[in-house]
Design a binder for this molecule. Structure first.
Ligand code: PGA
Ligand code: ZN
Length: 417
């Protein structure tokens, strides 16, 4: 079976910002599609996202150049007339680009093609996408992930009063569908708790609520945990069925010139910020902290690891799904878990190389969406096929977030059968 047609076009992501959809037609007439997400709180070491920078349309964020590269450069050189082959084609995409960070063709163009290719290959081989991933790279048996649900949005994902970016609800049920039901219940109870406490219940980019805090006496982030704890005590599954996590996204309130973290009216050293985390961890059921320190603050990360034993410490902006940076993090003992975002590194194969490296070094892996998403549910199959263990894909609301949860529910049916 060969790829007989390649199409690409500009679509909108969940924030109304352009992104790319790629469509491949196979010689049996089947068409597969893939679209790619985009971050807001991006790390500076991420692969290059190609934008048009024509400020007369979409504020310069159009992706028509990247679309043209797919049709005019990638299609004839890599795809047309060939059988879909993810490992070979990912290598050819990287070679055609010729840079270390996808700066020539754009990681958005390359990833859209890469995901479309692996979908086409799964179709050709008559297997589910997660089965193909699992077999090609020989992962342990396909496993449904535990989810971390972003239920309160702050930082760059909301125009609110919260400096920390994400407050995550983590269900304790090992079963995916039960965990989803538990957090869905928690989310709706939280909506009531917020309403009764006089907060609005508008939602942010990833579907979490955006409460506005005016009491300057208490850290707003601490007030959030107070509300989450109250909700946990009131909802029907019981407080012991849920724990909490944070994605602090500390890069985005770090001032490099003064080497300080600007948390509301305070200017903190890394050690002082870690004290804030310790206090929150002791008082609330927090089990995971992502990007607690800035993307190049390796010393701060080491201190965090030494001082916060027993907590999952996740590198996102720090590592950007890049095997070189993950290797450095392993040497420095800077983290014990890694966030995995395909568009930070550009191809499916490179994403899987990062996961393999983590698993070989006993690091936790969390497959992740971006704040600007599409309805593409590739990361659900990626999480199951690689037996990653965890996934982070927003609140249990908004079409682009539930697309992933719904795909996982279907996979649960398939695996159950
Ligand atoms: P982003 O946020 O997609 O805006 O980068 C997600 C995250 O930081 O984990
Ligand atoms: Zn993050």
């Amino acid at each position: 079976m060969q790829i007989v047609n390649v199409d690409a076009f500009q679509i909108l992501d969940s924030r109304g910002i352009p992104t790319i959809e790629c469509r491949l037609t196979l010689s049996d007439g089947t068409m597969v599609a893939a679209s790619v997400p985009s971050g807001a709180s991006t790390g500076k070491h991420e692969a290059h996202e190609l934008r048009d920078h024509d400020t007369t349309v979409y504020g310069g964020k159009g992706v028509l150049t990247a679309v043209r590269y797919i049709k005019q450069a990638i299609a004839p050189a890599v795809l047309l007339g060939k059988s879909p082959d993810i490992i070979a084609m990912d290598k050819q995409l990287i070679a055609l680009d010729g840079t270390s960070n996808c700066a020539a063709l754009g990681a958005n163009a390359i990833l859209a093609v890469s995901i479309a290719v692996i979908r086409a290959q799964a179709w050709m081989e008559g297997v589910e996408l997660f089965e193909l991933i699992n077999a090609l790279w020989q992962f342990p048996a396909p496993t449904l992930p535990r989810s971390m649900f972003n239920i309160i949005n702050g930082g760059m994902h909301a125009q609110g009063a919260l400096v920390f970016q994400e407050f995550l609800a983590i269900p304790q049920q090992p079963d995916f569908a039960q965990g989803l039901a538990c957090v869905d219940d928690f989310y709706h109870r939280l909506q009531e708790v917020l309403h009764i406490a006089g907060f609005g219940t508008a939602i942010g980019d990833e579907g979490g609520f955006v409460p506005l805090f005016t009491d300057k006496g208490v850290l707003a982030e601490e007030q959030v945990f107070g509300l989450l704890q109250r909700t946990a005590e009131q909802f029907s599954w019981g407080a012991e069925s849920i724990s909490f996590g944070l994605d602090v996204a500390a890069t985005h309130f770090y001032n490099a010139e003064h080497d300080r973290y600007y948390l509301h009216d305070k200017q903190l050293t890394a050690a002082e910020l870690i004290k804030v985390y310790k206090d929150l961890v002791e008082r609330f059921g927090i089990v995971s902290i992502e990007d607690g320190l800035a993307e190049d603050d390796w010393q701060g990360w080491q201190l965090l690891m030494q001082q916060m034993k027993g907590i999952q410490l996740v590198g996102d902006d720090l590592l950007v799904t890049n095997t070189h940076r993950i290797e450095h993090g392993i040497t420095e003992q800077a983290m014990n878990a890694v966030l995995i975002k395909p568009n930070q590194i550009g191809t499916v194969s490179r994403t899987i190389d990062a996961i393999t490296l983590c698993q070989a070094n006993n690091l936790g892996t969390i497959i992740s969406h971006r704040s600007g998403e599409t309805n593409d549910d590739f990361i659900a199959d990626l999480a199951v096929g690689t037996a990653a263990g965890q996934i982070k894909t927003g609140a249990p609301v908004r079409g682009e977030r539930v697309a992933k949860y719904n795909r996982l529910l279907w996979i649960a049916e398939l695996l159950g059968a």
